[in-house]
Design a protein around this ligand. Structure first.
Ligand SMILES: [Ca+2]
Length: 353
């Protein structure tokens, strides 16, 4: 009996089949997947310069004159009401739009403050996790606003004028919305490029009042929503938890969505805050010159800020009657020059020559 062979039975190797197409299907799937990913990233990286609007922004002549600036029954920084005389000037009829700002960026390659990576040298006391390019975004929050003021703001990396609410948002189709996430120096850079300038605080208030004398609102004395009429894009509801949007808009509205004031200016009240040229000083009205005041030489340090702040005016879509009624023509606000948020934009003026 012969010993069984320990040699395993070998199956002869199958020779490679020439001309096999087995790899086609998986490769096709991979190519298709890559295509989908590219298409998706194209959407995420939507180029806002496609919104560029190169038509000349419409301006209107503000006639100049003498008016009562501030009010005596308002917050301390609006007192005293005092007479101010303003020279005539031209003013943009709307807030600078996404389209207009895109045209500026397209022409100059300008990079806004919110798009620049902040450095430790600039912000030695900042949380290192916050040293990322970004900006402030409003997040609805169910709190008592008087008890926890400002907790509805988040610093969102990637938020800027191209992505106003953060990286997943875009300005696609928003050519006629006010541009926001604009710092004072961005607004000033745009104004210089356009051959214009930012309004002084006094010019802004004169223009906002639309020729009316000491009225509480830019349109007169009727309250928002009175008789079913809405005059501005503000906030209705439980601020900062829920905006009912009774005026037709939750968040920003396209410019010209509400009636113009007496000078033909839109959105001087609500929608987006507007930067002014002046430094902010809460006591400035006590010493303000009566003719064409330009604001103080430099503002005081307030609110624990390390730098003086610039004035902004007009309020925004977040102005709520119960918490912050700063959509009134007399209302003053301020922020540091490098700050931006998704409710702050600007408009420009030009001298009459
Ligand atoms: Ca609204």
């Amino acid at each position: 009996m012969s010993r069984p062979s320990s040699e395993p039975h070998r199956t002869p190797a199958t020779p490679p089949r020439s001309g096999s197409w087995w790899w086609i299907v998986p490769t096709g799937v991979l190519v298709a997947l890559a295509g989908v990913l590219i298409a998706m990233s194209w959407d995420w990286e939507y180029d806002p310069l496609r919104e560029a609007d190169e038509t000349e922004p419409e301006m209107v002549l503000i006639p100049g004159g003498t008016f009562w600036m501030g009010r005596d029954d308002g917050p301390p920084d609006e007192r005293p009401a005092h007479e101010v005389t303003i020279a005539p000037f031209y003013m943009d009829v709307t807030e600078v739009t996404v389209g207009q700002f895109a045209a500026f960026v397209k022409a100059t390659g300008y990079v806004t403050v919110a798009e620049r990576v902040p450095t430790r040298e600039q912000y030695p006391n900042a949380d290192p996790l916050l040293l990322k390019a970004g900006s402030a975004v409003f997040v609805p929050t169910a709190v008592n606003p008087f008890e926890y003021p400002g907790v509805w703001w988040r610093y969102v990396p990637g938020a800027n004028w191209r992505h106003p609410e953060g990286p997943q948002s875009s300005v696609r189709g928003k050519r006629n919305y006010p541009v926001v996430q604009i710092a004072w120096e961005d607004a000033n850079a745009y104004a210089q490029w356009a051959g214009k300038r930012l309004p002084t605080e006094a010019e802004w208030e004169f223009a906002a009042r639309g020729g009316l004398d000491r009225q509480p609102f830019c349109w007169g004395s009727a309250k928002q929503g009175e008789g079913g009429k809405w005059y501005a894009n503000t906030y209705q509801g439980d601020f900062p938890a829920h905006d009912r949007g009774e005026d037709g808009f939750v968040g920003l509205a396209p410019v010209k969505s509400f009636p113009p004031n007496g000078y033909g200016l839109y959105d001087m009240s609500g929608n987006a805050w507007e930067w002014c040229a002046d430094w902010y000083d809460p006591d400035y009205y006590k010493v303000s010159p009566p003719v064409n005041p330009q604001g103080p030489e430099r503002g005081p340090l307030i609110d624990g800020e390390m730098q003086p702040q610039k004035v902004r005016r007009g309020g925004s879509f977040l102005c709520d009657d119960g918490y912050c009624r700063r959509y009134l023509p007399s209302a003053r606000d301020k922020n540091p020059t490098d700050s931006s948020a998704n409710h702050t934009g600007f408009r420009c003026v030009k001298d009459v020559r």
